[in-house]
Design a protein around this ligand. Structure first.
Ligand SMILES: Nc1ncnc2c1ncn2[C@@H]1O[C@H](COP(=O)(O)OP(=O)(O)OP(=O)(O)O)[C@@H](O)[C@H]1O
Length: 788
């Protein structure tokens, strides 16, 4: 696995004296230290397994609505503070620097008008500094235009179109030749034909406005207030079918509004749910692969619901937020659950009386990711907990239609909605590639790029968390304002980083693939890939963080020799005029290389200070923990231990499978492989504290008794289950259905469902897909006063 070595190589391998005109920002303290202490070579190696400062995330004091509060103001001595202390001044964002310069100019005008020529010594000095910075920036701006950006020069690059079928090519990884091997065999095509249903929308003209989609007035009002007037192609196709209760497999390019494609029909259906005590139930589950995406999805749903005055309740079930607050919320039976798989299973296993037995709709966002190896066991467990008669909708920009993958979801004749499958990236995206001849030049190339060309609104993706963190230190020392986002941070730090980037307080977000899927951050101008990701799908999602919702954007990818195959695949799936070859002048790279070399002691110092800070915080935490143990011993030991559906061994195996899926395209690291194998051999109680071990053993012993009581509880819950939103409108169960298999689903929109309407849908509704476009009168018009 490629770790921090490429960065380390750069720092260590260049011993030349610093002569560059691009100076690193430094404080006096630093230059003094450099003169006195020169650590030996091996000390300069940065530890790739390094863990960063974060608070214990298991039981935060904040829940769903506290996310914003936490994000808004959290102190603590972090890397930025350490860097600021060492530099003697804080690193300012590009925006802030601009603003200060403008203020400076205004003040100049005022003071010259007033004829006040006096200035204190300090002010004078400040002014000089600002002027210098301004001059430097102007120079940089000129230099930026030197970067040679030109059209790719043909050869292999112009080979033409995307491989057929679009979606399969995403998972092609680094296949030798994506042309031949990816095409479905005749048998596979036959399987797919049998598995999927044809799109019943016979009218080729899709709705051109939400107002012609037979949506209720409050929801239309909400859409309009959010400026959503014209449905995007995926919305135009998915919403009518979703309203009919059909299972859907939806795919469209990144940033094309897939969230609304499932959220709008869900809210519409919930508008007519049964109310009152008997009708309350968790009816919708939206699964997301990352916490940030779940937070974003909840925000969007809540916004729509609030704007429309829909009175729909949400629960956010993600790791890193308070378990207790979530459990409490679950007890009130919220309508929509938005969850990450791990935390959802935790609640299913440990939150008394919480089940998914009343679920009507299951949505899996970024479904191809959740279908990947790392989530397999969790997904199986969740699907097992959902009723078979539910509606299932899967969405992703890189959706798979492989029957083998989908079969485990027990879909009911799903409809494939693949919008423009030949296009994998957004129309407004320009993809640039920088050739990296040696890995040593990767970090200097990135810095040169950021110093000269890409100044703000930029997400930079790294393959490893350690690398992202180390680069953040380097960026800080170079005077570039950055935040980091990866899995080694607490949830609080992750959300804080996102917020800072969204608000423009930092110019760069240094992230791992954790941020590659689904995140919709307005105004991202550039995405930089520090290295090529392992898989084509990852590339598609990463670059999809820009050029969203019809806007323009640019991606810049640093491509080494080992990445040629994937580069070829990327070029194949793109239009020729979207591809550029960027050359960073070698002088700039050499200069940055020297700068980095000059900086290596400083980086080391910052990392050391950070480690010390962490140790101090850790000690504080241990003391508090000890005090709590003494004060609340009885209560703590009387709490039931939380359980998990897998054994430790299975959990580890599944984690490793996930890791392997992620790193499959990267060169493997034999050392890590060996470590993983050794880990797998550990017994299930290895590494646990004595207390936890005792609990586990006791639980295992209790398991026998538990089975009988669980069965009784299940039977009881089944009896008190609320009516389902789709239940009254389903076609009578076939023989097959009665025997436990799925029966054909009907919908509130079916014409024959009229008299049997109950529950969530107060009144029967008639919709003809062919009339949907017109939306006025006729069969397309809603019947019954309950609709509007
Ligand atoms: N009909 C619409 N008209 C205008 N803007 C829209 C419309 N639908 C969605 N958007 C906007 O498009 C942006 C992207 O939407 P969304 O995040 O749902 O995309 P996505 O297809 O899910 O992307 P990804 O594949 O990256 O997850 C959002 O800011 C959203 O508000």
């Amino acid at each position: 696995m490629v770790q921090a070595q490429d960065f380390i190589g750069t720092i260590d391998s260049d011993d030349e004296v610093f002569t560059s005109s691009v100076q690193p920002v430094r404080g006096k303290k630093q230059s003094h230290q450099r003169a006195t202490s020169q650590p030996p070579e091996e000390e300069l190696k940065l530890d790739p397994t390094l863990k960063f400062d974060f608070h214990d995330e298991a039981e935060g004091s904040w829940g769903v609505d506290e996310v914003k509060e936490v994000v808004s103001g959290k102190a603590g001595l972090g890397v930025d503070d350490i860097i600021a202390r060492r530099l003697g001044k804080p690193v300012l964002s590009h925006q802030e620097r601009k603003r200060r310069r403008e203020e400076e100019i205004d003040e100049d005008d005022i003071s010259s008008e007033a004829g006040d020529e006096e200035m204190s010594y300090d002010e004078d000095e400040d002014q000089d500094e600002e002027d210098d910075e301004e001059e430097e920036e102007e120079e940089e701006e000129e230099a930026a235009t030197d970067d040679d950006v030109r059209m790719s020069s043909g050869s292999e690059d112009d080979e033409g179109d995307v491989s057929e079928g679009g979606q399969d090519s995403h998972n092609a990884d680094n296949d030798e030749d994506s042309d031949g091997s990816e095409k479905d065999t005749a048998a596979e095509v036959a399987r797919k034909n049998a598995f999927f249903a044809a799109d019943p929308t016979t009218d080729p003209t899709l709705p051109t406005s939400f107002s012609t989609m037979n949506l209720s007035r409050p929801l239309l009002r909400a859409l309009t207030s959010l400026n959503l007037i014209t449905p995007t192609p995926i919305q135009a196709r998915a919403i009518p079918l979703a309203l009919l209760g059909r299972d859907i497999l939806g795919s469209a390019v990144t940033g094309s509004g897939k969230t609304a494609a499932f959220m709008v029909p869900i809210l519409e259906r919930l508008t007519y749910r049964e109310r009152g005590r008997g009708g309350q139930a968790c009816r919708v589950l939206i699964l997301c692969p990352t916490r940030e995406l779940a937070v974003q999805c909840e925000e969007f749903g809540k916004k729509l619901s609030t704007q429309g005055g829909l009175n729909i309740r949400f629960a956010l079930l993600v790791g890193g937020l308070s378990l207790n607050a979530q459990a409490q919320n679950l007890r009130t039976l919220p309508d929509i659950l938005i969850a990450t798989p791990g935390r959802l299973i935790d609640h299913l296993t440990n939150t008394p009386s919480f089940t998914l037995s009343a679920l009507d709709v299951l949505v899996i966002d970024e479904a191809d990711r959740i279908l990947e190896a790392g989530f397999t066991d969790e997904l199986n467990e969740i699907v097992r907990s959902c009723p078979r008669g539910r509606q299932t909708m899967l969405f992703s920009a890189t959706m798979t239609d492989s029957v083998d993958e989908l079969v485990k979801l027990s879909l009911d004749k799903p409809i494939r909605l693949f919008v423009d499958p030949k296009r994998n990236t957004a129309i407004g995206l320009t993809q640039e590639f920088v050739r990296i001849k040696s890995d040593d030049t990767r970090s200097p190339s990135l810095l040169a790029l950021c110093k000269r060309t890409v100044r703000e609104r930029c997400i930079i993706f790294f393959r490893s968390k350690a690398l992202a963190h180390q680069m953040r230190v380097v960026f800080g020392l170079c005077g570039l304002k950055a935040a980091e986002l990866h899995g080694n941070l607490s949830q609080e730090q992750r959300l804080h980083a996102l917020e800072e980037f969204k608000l423009g307080k930092v110019d760069y977000l240094l992230a791992t693939d954790l941020a590659s899927r689904g995140l919709d951050i307005k105004g991202v101008e550039t995405v930089i890939n520090y290295d090529m990701p392992g898989q084509l799908a990852q590339y598609t999602h990463r670059v999809g963080r820009t050029a969203r919702a019809g806007r323009k954007g640019r991606s810049i990818t640093l491509v080494g020799e080992a990445d040629r195959k994937l580069l070829k695949a990327v070029i194949k799936q793109s239009e020729a005029d979207e591809i550029r070859h960027r050359i960073i002048p070698s002088e700039a790279v050499i200069a940055m290389s020297k700068t980095l070399d000059e900086m290596k002691d400083e980086i080391q110092e910052v990392l050391k200070e950070e480690k010390e800070e962490k140790a101090l915080r850790q000690a504080d935490m241990e003391i508090t923990k000890g005090e709590n143990m003494i004060a609340h011993e009885e209560e703590i030991f009387s709490r039931p231990a939380r359980t998990w559906f897998q054994s430790e061994k299975e959990k580890l195996a599944s984690k490793n499978a996930g890791k392997a899926a992620y790193t499959s395209g990267f060169p493997s690291d034999p050392k890590t492989e060996k470590e993983e194998k050794t880990k797998l051999k550990r017994g299930i109680y290895d590494g646990l504290s004595r207390k936890t071990k005792r609990r586990r053993i006791a639980m295992k012993e209790d398991e026998g008794d538990k089975t009988a009581s669980t069965a009784a509880i299940r039977a009881f819950k089944k009896n008190i289950r609320p009516s389902k939103i789709t239940e009254p409108i389903r076609a009578p169960m076939s023989k097959k259905g009665k025997s436990g298999k799925k029966g054909k689903k009907a919908s509130a929109f079916d014409e024959d469902s009229g008299g049997r309407h109950e529950g969530m849908r107060a009144k029967p509704v008639k919709v003809s897909l062919n009339k949907m476009k017109g939306g006025k009168g006729g069969k397309g018009k809603v019947k019954g006063k309950g609709r509007r």
